[in-house]
Unconditional design. Structure first.
Length: 161
């Protein structure tokens, strides 16, 4: 699933910048196939990160999530296209890519939640890190019973009086 289109890129960054990074033959037209390839690659990178926590393809339930993923996708694609076109990446391009990369890390760590963290979606995707029986915020542990209980400390507490 691609989270942005070549038209989104042109609208966001302008035709002049897109010609600089996506017109390798100086034809005067943006190579839409090159832009789409970069967007597909960026979307795959997002899916890899999101797939650590969510079933794929992602189910986008809100406009805010759609906008977040679209911007993330475009920032990654723009950075990659800038590097491959021979154009020196500006500080803005680098900073936006670093922010996008940081967001991907937060998605993988669960600090940014793109989907319900219950077992239902994760089990069907086969990639999630959480077991089917857990939902976000729950934890399980196994270990020895409590050593200091009120019954065991009853005698000790009685001596203090």
């Amino acid at each position: 699933m691609t989270y942005a289109t070549p038209q989104d890129m042109i609208a966001q960054y302008g035709e002049r910048e897109m010609l600089a990074i996506a017109d390798p033959d100086d034809t005067g037209d943006v190579d839409l196939a090159k832009v789409q390839l970069a967007l597909d690659s960026a979307s795959d990178q997002i899916d890899f990160s999101a797939g650590q926590r969510c079933a794929l393809p992602l189910v986008i339930n809100t406009p805010a999530v759609a906008t977040f993923l679209k911007q993330l996708c475009m920032d990654i694609a723009r950075y990659r296209m800038t590097g491959s076109s021979g154009v020196t990446a500006t500080d803005e391009v680098k900073d936006r890519y670093k922010e996008a990369d940081g967001n991907l890390k937060m998605i993988m760590s669960g600090k940014i939640i793109l989907c319900a963290q219950s077992g239902d979606g994760i089990a069907s995707g086969g990639q999630g890190l959480q077991p089917d029986s857990l939902t976000a915020g729950e934890a399980e542990s196994e270990g020895a019973g409590r050593m200091f209980t009120s019954d065991r400390l009853h005698d000790y507490m009685g001596r203090l009086k």
